[in-house]
Write a protein that binds this ligand. Sequence first.
Ligand code: SF4
Ligand code: SF4
Length: 343
Amino acid sequence: MDTIAESIQKKAYELGYEKCGIIPINLIDEYADKFNERMEKIPKSKMFYKSQERLIKPKEIYPWAKSVVVLTSVYGKYKVPQELNGHIAKAYLFDTRVDKNTKEYQNNRALEEYMQELGLKVETNQKFGVVGMRWAALQAGVGIIRRNNFLYTESGSWVHLEAWVTDRKMELKETNNVKKCPKSCNRCIMSCPTKSLSEPYTMSPTECVSFLTTFGGRNLPEEPLRKKFGDCIYGCDICQDACPMNKGKWKDEEEFPGLAELAPSLTPENILNMDEDFYREKVQPKFFYLSPEDLWKWKIDALCYIGNNYSESYKPLLVNACNNANNKISEMANLICSELSLQ
Ligand code: SF4
Ligand code: SF4
């Protein structure tokens, strides 16, 4: 007869998860040291890390927790809409954390229900996690963490992580045969446009394009790094795309629910012309790092892209944005016009 841990792992595979490892909660204690080391190494990141501190305290927050179940699901199987490729980070395009139409969201709910049926008390946080998930996945043998800080399985870094704490003492490690980074490789570091990733396993989160184009970067006109965003509008995959260990790992086989219909609305032109109702109904629920009041931020990100990739066809849009009723949008548009000597 299977142990409870084996039953959970079996169910996870049946549902389509790629990996499922289970570790005693004590195995994530060391994460607090790593977390603090990172904060000390990049002092300007302190504010950011402070906001994440709950991830090093699962034992305080869930005093009943005895083990962690950590899983991966592969998103590198989905078709990337051509007009969004390189502009919106793939983890956000194929975000399954809140999208009830996706199989992965439904699997997350089904697995939780299954664990409860087995008599376990469990807790997860689908949006932001209950533990440091990459660290937990490493401890559970799910994969390895590479120099660009991403967790890799045999599917590359194109995997979503999910985790639960449970009240049952269990251990069932996964196996992987993922090779370490080649000794002399530093392609991810060299590729990082803002030098946020400055050394192996070392990054400054508040200088990362992914942060500055999503929940951070609230004052991009004053942010000199915006000129380094290149093709990125929302999020950044550059240090993952540059990684030889991701070569050939993207499969581009399946349609992601609703994405083909939404994609044409997320070009820079259409973001700038987007109205509040459409944003609130169709865009914000998927890209939830920005609030229902934050359409202005998407428009600033689109303006930033236009500033970095200007062509004459953007001129009417830019001029129009200079007169936008929202001060933040008009300020950014005017600044770009002046930087491009259009006024
Ligand atoms: S996501 Fe982009 S900006 Fe952030 S560390 Fe990687 S390459 Fe640098
Ligand atoms: S680019 Fe090279 S050093 Fe960076 S994560 Fe990939 S293999 Fe490792």
